[in-house]
Write a protein that binds this ligand. Structure first.
Ligand SMILES: Nc1nc2c(ncn2[C@@H]2O[C@H](COP(=O)(O)OP(=O)(O)O)[C@@H](O)[C@H]2O)c(=O)[nH]1
Ligand SMILES: [Mg+2]
Length: 396
């Protein structure tokens, strides 16, 4: 699965609603930092809703929906409003663009959005132009109980805050999207390689393994699970090569060497990185591994506070592999739990754990912090794939 092929159903749908000429299309351009949406001062320029698949830093793959004004008139206008209603039904997070004091129509649309449980972010646009922003802001607060964000799509001010607001309002079920996504189809043979070594908890499987297994069963796949030492034996019993092999990242090199060429390979943590974090950011961040020297500083961040184990991935294995690549003097700091440093400026790379116990929003907030500090960030699984030289060969 490449990023561009993320099925639209797996993308967060962000709908932009407002009256004609409120600046919806301009706002999309400001958010995406592009000039793609059609803008003009002739009301009604945007006709059918325009669905634009894209990546937004900190949000991941999403779909921006540019709609016609909900105040559209006439026969054609009514048709366009109907289409806008259709777009509303698909919206996970709504941005309501306001630039006038009459909020009657806005109220109707907020009601519709709230009814389907869609969070609404109110935005007062054209802050550069309006002279009644505080008054308007009060009116919105009074009418909807939401404090509006003040932006100017033209001057591109308040846009970062708007994106942050979207991240904060991501609906709960956004992180419950399919783990194996479009990697598998009904009836596919899938082999899970799960070393039950010293790191594995006693008597149970770790959460990413359990969740992935459940997801594969939901997809009606035929699943076989083995420990690494039984990989060859398992493959020998299969009459066809498995369509997909999912391994613990630590066994990447071994599984890559032994797998049939037809079988696609990925790891539990790479899959979880896509669900939990931002796979684009993590793959981009992993390229920083090649630039490390022995004078570099790497921060390894673990979500849980567990007692460090012998051959611990974060404390032992990753530092060893990184030093082997960059030089023995490479500085590696390990932090765990909530002790994520506020000042990241000294680091050349951050490697985060799979965050199986964190929710997506939390991981995204750490990605945002890293980005603010200008420090590349990746995660365990993606880093291990890169260190094993197979990042460009696996399924992301
Ligand atoms: N001064 C100012 N003009 C804006 C701003 N945003 C949009 N406009 C202008 O308002 C008009 C309508 O914008 P457009 O994005 O097409 O609105 P839409 O019909 O709601 O999509 C255009 O002339 C834009 O240049 C803004 O923040 N400040
Ligand atoms: Mg428009």
């Amino acid at each position: 699965m490449s990023l561009t092929s993320t099925p639209s159903s797996n993308r967060l749908h962000i709908g932009i609603f407002g009256r004609r000429n409120s600046g919806k299309s301009s706002l999309i351009n400001a958010i995406t930092n592009q000039n793609t949406a059609l803008i003009s001062d002739i009301a009604g320029t945007t006709t059918d809703p325009v669905y634009k698949a894209m990546e937004i830093y900190g949000i991941g793959p999403c779909m921006l929906i540019d709609t016609a004004g909900f105040d559209d008139e006439g026969e054609l206008g009514a048709l366009r409003v109907e289409k806008t209603r259709d777009a509303l039904a698909k919206t996970d997070v709504a941005i309501l663009v306001i630039c006038g004091t009459d909020l009657t129509m806005e109220a109707e649309w907020v009601t519709g959005l709230k009814k389907q449980g869609t969070p609404v972010i109110a935005v007062i646009n054209k802050a550069d132009l309006l002279d009644n922003v505080p008054e308007l802001s009060n009116a919105v607060q009074k009418e909807f109980g939401i404090t509006p964000l003040i932006v100017s799509a033209k001057e591109r001010t308040g846009i970062r805050e708007l994106v942050d607001a979207v991240i904060r309002r991501l609906p709960e079920d956004y992180e419950k999207k399919s783990i194996t996504g479009d990697l598998v189809q009904e009836g596919d043979l899938v082999l899970l390689v799960m070393p039950q070594d010293i790191q594995a908890p006693k008597g149970r499987l770790i959460l990413p393994q359990v969740q992935t297994l459940r997801d594969l069963l939901d997809h009606k796949c035929l699943v076989m699970s083995v420990t690494t030492d039984k990989l060859s034996q398992a493959l020998a019993t299969m009459t066809i090569p498995p369509q997909l092999i999912i391994t613990d990242s630590q066994a990447f090199a071994e599984v890559w060497a032994k797998k049939p060429p037809e079988s696609k390979l990925t790891s539990f943590s790479v899959l979880m990185a896509a669900v939990k974090g931002d796979i684009t950011e993590f793959t981009a961040g992993a390229s920083a591994i090649d630039r490390l020297t022995e004078h570099s500083r790497v921060l390894i961040a673990e979500a849980c506070t567990h007692v460090p184990l012998e051959e611990d991935i974060g404390r032992v294995k990753l530092p060893r592999m990184l030093r082997k690549k960059a030089g023995s003097l490479l500085t590696v700091d390990v932090v765990s739990g909530p002790n994520f440093p506020n000042d990241l400026s000294g680091y050349d790379l951050i490697i985060h754990c799979g965050a199986c116990m964190f929710n997506r929003r939390y991981v995204l907030s750490r990605i945002a912090k890293a980005r603010e500090a200008g420090v590349p960030i990746t995660n365990y699984g993606v880093a291990l794939a890169a260190l094993n030289g197979i990042l460009n060969k696996i399924q992301l």
